[in-house]
Design a protein around this ligand. Structure first.
Ligand code: HSE
Length: 436
């Protein structure tokens, strides 16, 4: 059988890794796919040729549209990233009847509904395993491995850069900016690293996971997003004193009134396996009604781990070339006509427990005033710590854990607490999840 011909768009961290894996494991890949897989063309403006194997056998171009329009190419692999021109390139590839593999989570989260509709109409596949959690085959697990389940919730550490920063800060006391620079040098961070630290990259990935888990259209614009920039070393220390770790989690949960879709720093019990996922590693915890909790762990970013997912998709696409389009696994796990209109809940309606830290004047009645406001809003205190003031200081940190409460009630209570004379500045609040 003739080899499958691949056109690569982008030869950066992931594109270079993809070519390396295809060349390095060519024989074994062909044994799995049933045909040889060969990268015949690639488009890139800048690349480090000395790090990429097999470039001498690839026709190179600076114009990605020439690859997409080339009639000799069977599968287009989009590894440029970003919204545009990735969207135009992918839509043109589909229009030209080519299958597409992409690692582009921003593209799928933002334009996936349009892209999958176009692919469906044309009878081609758009595969995106590498878009979520790097090398972990989480798309396949949720879409196929757990297909028997009513999935109830997913919680994941799905940004390697953010987890790397939090781990280095906690374990080595390193400075945020310095660790971020290292993550950039290692090829973990996005072209715009604010996507990593503000949680936007994780929100892209969570949007995709929620769609696959609950059979809802992709709704990135409804995802609540909060970054890691405001976490202080003292919050890490207090969390540990209460038996928790702080992780930047993406959480999506099915509730009777809608789907929660949120990315934010979260206290989780330190005894949970996922609380011990450090560095660039990612982990995704999925709760299905039949299987219970399952946990998927691996490298969430980096050249070869991400290439592992890209190449697995190319193999998958190769295997389905002879399958009728209607007999392929649906892009978003559910048949396209069977997506549900379950609403995404506004953040105000989400119910969670909280960690609160505030700076208060050390005088009688302050604790009672704070507790009184929480109680007026129906919020129970679960645990509390107050330090002795340092010599010459009359302000002290007051730290507490609350029981679960609706976000809108907590917002109202915090407004009242911050208005107290005895409370200095803003209250730091971090949501708490038990993940069970
Ligand atoms: N910037 C992303 C991360 C790359 O750090 O997780 C993988 O999607």
């Amino acid at each position: 059988m003739k080899p499958v011909r691949v056109g690569l768009l982008g030869l950066g961290t992931v594109g270079g890794g993809t070519l390396n894996v295809i060349v390095r494991n060519a024989t074994e890949i062909a044994r799995r796919a049933g045909r040889e897989i060969v990268v015949t063309h690639a488009a890139a403006r800048e690349f480090r040729a000395e790090t990429i194997e097999g470039l001498d056998r690839v026709v190179l171009s600076e114009d990605a549209f020439t690859v997409v329009d080339n009639p000799d190419i069977d599968v287009v692999v989009e590894l440029i990233g970003g919204y545009s021109p990735a969207r135009e390139l992918v839509l043109r590839a589909i229009e030209n009847g080519k299958h597409v593999v992409t690692a582009n989570k921003a593209l799928i989260a933002m334009h996936g509904n349009e892209i999958f509709a176009a692919a469906q109409a044309k009878g081609v596949t758009v595969a995106f395993e590498a878009a979520v959690a790097g090398g972990i085959p989480i798309i396949k697990a949720v879409r196929e491995g757990l297909a028997a389940n009513h999935i109830e919730w997913i919680a994941g550490i799905i940004n390697g850069t953010g987890n790397f920063i939090l781990t280095e800060m906690r374990d080595k006391g390193r400075d945020f900016a310095e660790v971020l620079s290292e993550a950039q040098a290692l090829g973990y961070a996005e072209a715009d690293p604010t996507f990593d630290v503000e949680g936007i990259d994780a929100a892209h990935k969570l949007t995709i996971l929620a769609s696959l888990a609950f059979g809802i259209p992709l709704q990135f614009d409804r995802c609540y997003t909060e970054g890691i920039g405001r976490i202080q070393p003292q919050d890490v220390t207090y969390a540990e004193a209460f038996g928790y770790r702080i992780k930047h989690l993406g959480i999506t949960r099915r509730t009777p009134s809608g789907v929660e879709l949120r990315v934010h720093p979260t206290l989780i019990p330190e005894r949970r396996l996922i609380a011990n996922v450090d560095g660039v590693m990612n982990a995704v915890l999925v709760y299905g009604d039949a299987v219970g909790p399952t946990l998927y762990y691996g490298a969430g970013a980096g050249s070869l781990p991400t290439a592992s997912a890209v190449v697995a998709d190319i193999i998958d696409v190769t295997r389905t070339l002879t399958t009728d389009p209607e007999n392929r696994v649906p892009h978003l796990a559910f048949q396209p006509g069977e997506l549900s209109d379950l609403a995404v809940l506004p953040m105000d309606e989400v119910v969670t427990a909280y960690y609160l830290r505030m700076t208060v004047h050390d005088r009688p009645g302050v604790l009672a005033a704070v507790a009184g406001i929480l109680s007026e809003h129906g919020i129970s205190i679960e645990a509390m710590r107050q330090k002795e003031p340092a010599a010459g200081e009359n302000q002290v940190p007051l730290v507490m854990l609350t029981q679960s409460v609706r976000e809108s009630q907590m917002n109202a209570a915090l407004g009242g607490i911050e208005a107290l004379d005895a409370v200095a500045g803003e209250v730091t609040r971090i949501r708490v999840e038990l993940l069970k």
